[in-house]
Design a protein around this ligand. Structure first.
Ligand SMILES: NC(=O)c1ccc[n+]([C@@H]2O[C@H](COP(=O)([O-])OP(=O)(O)OC[C@H]3O[C@@H](n4cnc5c(N)ncnc54)[C@H](O)[C@@H]3O)[C@@H](O)[C@H]2O)c1
Ligand SMILES: O=C(O)[C@H]1O[C@H](OP(=O)(O)OP(=O)(O)OC[C@H]2O[C@@H](n3ccc(=O)[nH]c3=O)[C@H](O)[C@@H]2O)[C@H](O)[C@@H](O)[C@@H]1O
Length: 371
């Protein structure tokens, strides 16, 4: 069922301000306990039914065994409104992230590399498949480009064939080392086309181009999210991204590695906020691109100090060499997300770091808060 932009907006705003919490305890869809179910209070969420307007859908999530993808799977599965198919090659993802759903009648897991075509009948495709951590996407850069280009082409082809709505998880890295701050969606970016990060940032730029060309040429319904640094429970402990590195290092009692100069900034979004933004974008009427991120901006030294204060007061940090083309600053302008999706993040870094640390403590077998 199509609804007007204005009523979608009103619905989103209305449900956004009501802030009800989900009680899954009485639900027949209740999943098995997961490693991050560690007693920490979860941030408040909307029932899925407040966001998704039509009944049962079949949804493909590529990269659904990864960090963001697996949280998206949980959210789309938990109300019993959808059938979810995950396609993942497990390069950076893991079956553990989605183990609770394996065997559920509404859930299917396919080991599949998106650089090969896939034939499934679905209503929506959330296309997340792509290594996201710089150390992993630089590990085999030719494969990263193939994943972004051939993988996206294959999934767009599938969407065209079955007339599915297609959402691409693009990235703030399309802005490169930005010369505008904060970054709006109108900014075209400052990207090195031949650098060691290009397989990822230029790959995502081509993926956006392909999505828009399928939209213009074939009338495909597309949605593009430009995601800014997202963190939370279930990130791979040795993922290599800065929040997971600092928390793991602090809990293991080794020095946090602040890459020089340490004044570079990022804006960190908690994963439950990100998942809510992605679903709102998919269910709304706007193609995007839309920035999804938390505008709270921190230097890497400030992040290390926050981890020390909130996670492990005895932790220390040292300055280490940086890698080429590291963006010096990054902060999303989320005016569009607020006005079009009625979305803005709710979980601050101060609230999110302890939630993530509780999950890491459990997985690392570190029982109590370090002094
Ligand atoms: N987390 C962030 O801060 C962030 C920021 C911007 C954009 N994104 C985008 O969001 C998506 C998910 O990121 P994440 O943080 O969950 O990363 P992740 O590495 O945890 O998840 C990526 C998933 O894709 C799978 N994958 C990789 N290549 C594949 C291929 N060729 N075929 C099938 N599956 C493949 C991996 O096994 C993994 O499960 C990515 O597209 C990433 O570019 C993430
Ligand atoms: O949000 C985005 O758009 C992109 O952000 C990240 O890329 P990046 O910001 O470089 O992520 P990190 O590797 O976490 O680095 C963030 C900052 O922390 C610094 N860093 C990283 C690791 C570390 O141990 N210490 C450290 O100081 C880096 O130099 C960098 O300045 C993600 O890895 C990409 O998947 C994503 O698309």
């Amino acid at each position: 069922m199509k609804i007007s932009m204005q009523s979608a907006h009103n619905l989103a705003l209305q449900s956004f301000t009501q802030q009800p919490s989900i009680d899954v305890s009485s639900s027949p869809m209740e999943p098995k306990a997961s490693p991050e179910d560690n007693g920490s209070a979860p941030p408040p969420r909307l029932p899925l039914s407040k966001i998704i307007k039509s009944a049962r859908k079949r949804i493909l999530i590529t990269g659904g065994a990864g960090f963001i993808g697996s949280h998206l799977v949980d959210r789309l599965m938990e109300d019993g409104l959808n059938e979810v198919i995950v396609a993942d090659n497990f390069f950076t993802g893991s079956k553990d992230n989605i183990r609770r759903w394996i065997g559920h009648p509404n859930f299917e897991l396919i080991r599949h590399d998106v650089t090969s075509p896939l034939l499934v009948e679905v209503d929506q495709i959330y296309h997340l498949a792509c290594p996201a951590s710089p150390i992993f996407y630089k590990y085999n850069p030719v494969k990263t480009t193939k994943t972004n280009v051939l993988g996206t082409l294959n999934m767009l082809g599938l969407a065209k064939r079955v007339r599915a709505r297609f959402l691409l998880t693009s990235t703030s890295e399309v802005y490169g080392d930005p010369l505008e701050h904060p970054q709006t969606e109108e900014y075209w970016g400052n990207v090195n086309p031949i650098g060691v990060r290009s397989c990822y940032d230029e790959g995502k730029r081509v993926a956006e181009t392909l999505a828009f060309d399928y939209h213009r040429q074939h009338g495909l319904e597309i949605r593009i999210a430009r995601i800014f640094n997202t963190y939370g429970p279930r990130m791979n402990i040795d993922d290599g991204r800065v929040v997971s590195n600092f928390i793991a290092q602090a809990l293991r009692g080794v020095e946090m590695t602040v890459q020089a100069p340490g004044t570079q900034t990022r804006s960190f979004c908690y994963v439950s906020d990100m998942v809510e933004g992605l679903i709102r974008l998919m269910e709304g009427n706007d193609t995007g691109p839309i920035n999804l991120g938390n505008p709270g901006e921190f230097t890497m030294v400030e992040l290390a100090e926050s981890v020390k204060e909130l996670v492990a007061p005895s932790a220390t940090w040292k300055m280490v060499d940086n890698t080429p083309d590291d963006p010096r600053k990054r902060k999303p302008d989320i005016t569009k997300a607020k006005s079009i999706l009625g979305w803005e993040p709710k979980v601050t870094l101060r609230d999110g770091l302890p939630l993530m640390a509780a999950d890491f403590r459990e997985r690392l077998g570190v029982a109590t808060k370090q002094q």
